[in-house]
Write a protein that binds this ligand. Structure first.
Ligand code: FSO
Ligand code: SF4
Length: 551
């Protein structure tokens, strides 16, 4: 096993014998093999597309499968073996269609990933070596770095494409780019220059897919509204729902109505409270706990069942493992799984609801409220107040502190910086990084809260919209001339996608922490520094000074 796709990779170099996220060697190998096979399937799918053959089921299959390999999503080796066999079947079916239309393909002319087949565990594990099909199969470290950067960015894009697809929204060019990008990582003729261009193009697609997901959410559930979310508990049993899937949220709320149980959000599901469609449910009571990595303690204390809809699952402790239900592409061995919905039906959450009825109410961890719902519409509804505040000197500027939270103590940096920023600076956020400071009392500026939380990591799209609108209102053409600093925290691959989206929008001088990705080679880091001014975070004091000096 060799994996360095997330910020918590061992020693900031790579997980080899053991992983920090809890993925075992067997599962890690199967995930690598799946990514490799998906590259091969994408190669064939791309050739088929050029011949006018597009298979929507395969488009979705590739996106979902790639999503399953994001950190903390799927830990089930058996599921990966099934997925490997299905990838091969889909590849062969598509190849047969392509050959019928366009003539026979010579195996010798195809990448091995587009022809290799295995049937069982032995075949898969014999094939799945890091130096054979994994990260280390690419010898040149800069090419390897760019191939991985592209692949991780595509993992986030695929996840967002899948979230949107669940809500009935899709874009052909997003699926096409995922496949073109994956296939490109098999092409030995592509060097640093071509791969860099693809990485930058992937940022444009990332922006598009986040926009798509934004419309899927807002058209289905309305525009998020400023909302004070309760962080205490009531005295009835509850169900805790985490992840990003709003369709699951919708169906769970509908099915729990009148059942005598309450519904709470955890982690990235907090922003659900701001959608008008969910506000009508009296039993949708609040947010419980913090970011994903605190789930051991918090799921234990919750007492009731927990539904994990997307990322970020931490291998559950035995004491509460039977209360954790996975759904969608999330899986953990021997953990109950809620099956997918039929074509027109809903998922069946009855097992979870019945389990909740027998549970003790959640143990109260804290009390009070946190503000949410500051996505593009609700912020831009107050654009006049914001512009007036800037022109009057009441608002000095903004710091975008979005992204992911994680376990490392270095992440205290974000809490400290939030505390240290002067009263005339507003923090814009999205993703679970916000839990580092969203419970601090940072006050407001003329009624505008000093922490504006746009929502989930994908709602970083809102932050781009807000920055562009401020530019228009202030007649500033270049986003880098606005009084906005970007200080992003990253953990998993969705954050890589968000970072690439920001770069595609021309954002420069982004601070990235708590560490730069281990998968960036020295030369690729230099390139990002030279072209975009990307920099690692420094001390709170020096970053604060630099941020303020640039406003
Ligand atoms: Fe990353 Fe954070 Fe949104 Fe997770 S931002 S780590 S729980 O929130 O999923 O992508
Ligand atoms: Fe290690 Fe992160 Fe890969 Fe898990 S996802 S194996 S923690 S690098």
């Amino acid at each position: 096993m060799f994996c360095y796709q997330c910020q918590e990779t061992m020693g900031n170099e790579g997980c080899t014998d053991v992983s920090v996220c809890g993925k075992d060697v067997q599962t890690a190998s199967l995930q690598d093999l799946l990514v490799w096979e998906l590259k091969g399937l994408s190669y064939i799918a791309q050739r088929a597309r050029e011949a006018g053959i597009v298979d929507e089921e395969t488009n979705v299959f590739i996106a979902e499968s790639l999503f399953s390999t994001v950190t903390n999503v799927n830990f089930d080796p058996e599921w990966f073996e099934d997925q490997l066999r299905e990838t091969q079947q889909r590849r062969e079916t598509l190849r047969a269609e392509l050959e019928a239309a366009d003539g026979e393909l010579d195996d010798e002319s195809l990448p091995e990933a587009a022809t290799w087949s295995g049937e069982d565990s032995d075949d898969f594990h014999a094939k799945a070596t890091p130096a054979g099909i994994g990260v280390q199969a690419t010898g040149n470290e800069d090419v390897r770095s760019l191939r991985e950067l592209l692949t991780y960015g595509l993992k986030g894009t695929a996840s967002y494409a899948d979230h949107a697809y669940v809500l009935g929204e899709k874009k052909a060019e997003v699926f096409a780019f995922i496949q073109r990008g994956l296939a490109a990582t098999l092409d030995d003729d592509l060097g640093v220059e071509e791969l860099t261009a693809l990485v930058l193009e992937s940022g444009e697609i990332a922006t598009e897919v986040m926009e798509l997901l934004d419309s899927a959410h807002t058209e289905t559930y309305g525009h998020p509204e400023p909302t004070e979310v309760d962080i205490g508990t009531r005295d009835r049993p509850g169900i805790l729902i985490s992840g990003h899937d709003m369709k699951d949220m919708e169906e769970l709320l509908e099915q729990t109505e009148g059942e005598g149980v309450d519904v709470y959000t955890h982690g990235e599901m907090l922003p659900a409270h701001a959608y008008p469609a969910f506000k009508e449910y009296d039993h949708f009571v609040g947010n419980y706990g913090n970011a994903w990595w605190e789930q051991h303690r918090e799921f234990e204390a919750f007492n009731g069942p927990v539904l994990m809809t997307t990322n970020c699952l931490v291998p559950p402790n035995d004491s509460y493992a039977d209360r954790v239900y996975t759904t969608g592409v999330v899986r953990f061995p021997d953990t109950p799984h809620i099956a997918d919905r039929d074509e027109d039906g809903q998922k069946d959450f009855s097992a979870l609801i019945e389990a909740a009825k027998d549970a003790e109410p959640p143990e109260e961890l804290e009390s009070g409220t946190i503000a949410n719902g500051f996505a593009h519409k609700s912020v831009l509804d107050r654009a006049d107040d914001i512009i007036e505040g800037i022109q009057a000197g009441d608002i000095r500027g903004f710091v975008v502190m979005g992204g992911c939270d994680g376990r490392q103590s270095e992440r205290e940096y974000y809490t400290e910086l939030a505390k240290e920023l002067p009263d005339d600076v507003i923090i814009l956020t999205a993703g679970c990084a916000k839990y580092r400071y969203n419970k601090l009392d940072l006050g407001d500026i003329n009624g505008i809260p000093r922490v504006l939380d746009a929502g989930q990591c994908n709602d970083s799209y809102s932050l781009i919209r807000i920055a562009n609108a401020l530019g228009d209102a202030l007649d500033v053409e270049d986003v880098n001339d606005l009084p906005i600093a970007f200080d992003i925290a990253w953990y998993e691959q969705k954050a890589v996608t968000v970072l690439l989206a920001l770069l595609s929008q021309g954002v420069e001088d982004i601070r990235l922490g708590p560490t730069l990705p281990a998968f960036l080679s020295e030369n690729v880091t230099d390139l990002l520094v030279e072209e975009f001014g990307i920099q690692p975070i420094d001390t709170v004091e020096s970053d604060k000074e630099a941020i303020l000096a640039a406003m």
